[in-house]
Write a protein that binds this ligand. Sequence first.
Ligand code: ADP
Ligand code: MG
Length: 453
Amino acid sequence: MLVEEKWEDILLTLKNEYELSQIVYESWIEPLKIYQIDNNILYILVPPEQIALNYISKKYTTPLKVVIAEFTGVNYEIKFILPEDTKKIKPAKSIALQPNEQTQKENYDLNPNYTFDTFVVGNNNKLAHTISLVVAEEAANPEKKFNPLFLWGGVGLGKTHLMHSIAHYILANHPQLKIQYVNSEVFTNEVIDAIRTGSNSQMNALRDKYRNIDVLLIDDIQFVIGKDRTQEEFFNTFNVLYNAGKQIVISSDKPPKEMTTLEERFRSRFQWGCMADISSPDYETRMAILRKKEEMDNFQLDNQITEYIATNIKSNIRELEGALNRLMAFERLTNEEITIDTAIEQLESIINPDSHKTITPELIIEIVAEHFQKTPDQLISKSRSSDIVKPRQIAMYLCKNMTGTSLSGIGEILGGRDHSTIIHGIEKVEKDIKKNKETKKLIETIQKKINPN
Ligand code: ADP
Ligand code: MG
């Protein structure tokens, strides 16, 4: 996921997770803009005073990193800059704030972390990895037997990672070669666009873009299949490049012979070169991937926890990483070392997605209301009568202890109450539980209703 696309959500999440007040948010956080991304460095423009910069970088660097990692899985180094600093930064390959200058952006629309260095080789992907490396190395004079290279395998098993690795390798080692990496969904949209405008020059520009190159990498070809015009456009491009001896790399979630709607002439063409599949990683490979990622993120989990993840998440590497990202974000948020119990709890929804309903504040309010024969609306209402205040406070207490919702989040859901009201309510229940066995029992009963497991 691109950090630029998610920027607004990232900032809002930062606000919620760290319970920033509206004024803090508006003064410091909302104005932050991505200036540039250069490999793993994220340059962020701050409002133009040195004091603001010092303050923001002291207070918000870590929180921002955590939230960005949660959204993107990438651990960016963050550099806050002032407008006058921008002159000192050498332009990266992609400049987020200046779309006009994104010349050949498509070429470089690559995840900086998807390189051969970070790709863990296991039994499941050995062949695909070796051939990809050869293809990258020999890109100037492709070997016929590896052209086209057709990579196939299930979702989240590393096809895109390998394709980006090939692209990075060529950019670094054969800078004279013109390459084009594209997801076939993007390609489809480009074709549709050119057709829709009916402009010859646009169609010509598109053809030029994909035919006047040395290496074409087209990801997730399955999106093109069955879309007549796009498919036709792609195969014409394919032929032009192939006949000119240019390297083509294709990925798909299925082997050509299973692409039943694919015309025979195309199917056989894909099989001219080389097909390499990526299958699900075995346990050792899953462990190695987790370890590699821990090392890259400078994050260390207890062995038992890593083993727990590798044992329980088997078929999708993206989920494997998702589990690790979740724990990493949790540790950085709470500043507590993760134990196996917290890990099991935190990963419940990934590892046992169907075991029970996710516990949300809404669910809690509903069950508490029902238990006291009230309606959720009454709990949320302004009423201060004691038969409503008590269940409301219990709901506050349970929301805090059974969900990850922030205090202000709880306040919002419970009828827009402020932070201090929520704290007061929770403390009241905590005291009651200590003083009074009945209350303790009551809370346990409601808790069981909410979470029977
Ligand atoms: P696909 O394109 O096959 O759906 P991706 O290439 O997007 O899968 O991989 C999903 C995630 O798993 C990515 O974050 C990628 O970096 C990671 N990944 C996949 N295979 C490996 C591997 N062999 N070593 C390290 N990370 C991997
Ligand atoms: Mg992919």
